[in-house]
Design a protein around this ligand. Structure first.
Ligand SMILES: [Fe+2]
Ligand SMILES: [Fe+2]
Length: 275
């Protein structure tokens, strides 16, 4: 049985939880526990305590990519546990968004590696898929293979004083083997949810049951949104939990298209697969 508990998300259905622009999900499977992302602030700690999650028991963390809304909670988590952290080697880029309130570049990256290591983090960085616990894999580097998904044009990173378009090559998802199929978790899916899921299918030669997580369809253009919905119709997934950077409009559109197969993946939602 696979159990996923959403600890941080943009929305919460109960007042006692804290909602924020960010994402964190706890994966529990066959006695293994892995945390995927940490949200933006200490909302992770607040919500985890309310949900009865013992943070000191978390010894493995996967970080989807180096954006503040997925890694910001890590420094707070390190007060409770010193986990092994799995991520892509490019996660520490100094990255910015061109979208801001004042017209200046907005910093959207994370602290550097040493900052976290001083607090007890141990990093395992790899472009290749890693099985972090039995049947729980990082995607590894995701290739851009179709003609309708593209990386957000507002992202840049700074290297040797130059600004370079950020293709978010560090964007990792999680592929979980369950009952001969795969369940997928996205952070922001900056490389495109269809690219990611097609890579999962071809890597494992297995079908996809469903997904939870950020799809970045909120900021995507209309063509990407429409073609993604068309591709999802063909894939005929059992569970879809568009979250975080999907936005309420695209989540609503998906609900109109796919009905009860869509999960509103708010803080406190527990999704059980293969029970
Ligand atoms: Fe995000
Ligand atoms: Fe992101």
């Amino acid at each position: 049985m696979l159990k996923i508990t959403t600890l941080v998300e943009n929305t919460a259905v109960r007042a006692k939880f804290r909602a924020e622009h960010g994402l964190s999900m706890l994966i529990e499977k066959d006695g293994e526990t892995v945390l995927f992302d940490t949200g933006q602030t200490d909302a992770l700690i607040h919500n985890a305590k309310l949900l009865g999650v013992d943070l000191s028991k978390i010894d493995k963390v996967i970080l989807s990519h180096g954006h503040y809304d997925h890694v910001g909670g890590l420094k707070y988590l390190l007060d409770y546990t010193k986990p092994t952290i799995y991520a892509h080697p490019e996660i520490f880029r100094k990255r910015y968004s061109k979208l801001s309130d004042d017209g200046n570049l907005r910093y959207i990256g994370i602290e550097d590696r040493e900052f976290f290591e001083k607090k007890g983090a141990r990093f395992v960085l790899s472009e290749e898929p890693i099985e972090v616990a039995k049947g729980i894999w990082t995607s590894g580097f995701v290739k851009m293979t179709n003609d309708f998904e593209s990386v957000d044009k507002n992202f840049v990173y700074e290297k040797d004083g130059e600004l370079i378009k950020d293709e978010v090559e560090d964007d990792l998802s999680v592929f979980i083997e369950i009952n001969g199929s795969l369940f997928v978790l996205f952070g922001c899916a900056h490389r495109g949810i269809i690219n990611i899921m097609k890579q999962a299918e071809s890597t494992f030669n297995k079908c996809i049951l469903g997904f939870l997580g950020g799809t970045h369809l909120g900021p995507a253009d209309e063509i990407q949104r429409e073609k993604t919905i068309e591709a999802l119709k063909e894939m005929d997934l059992r569970v879809m939990g568009p979250s975080h950077c999907t936005g309420l409009l695209m989540t609503s559109k998906m609900y109109c298209e796919f009905g009860d197969r869509v999960v509103f993946n708010n803080v406190g939602v527990i999704t059980v697969v293969g029970g």
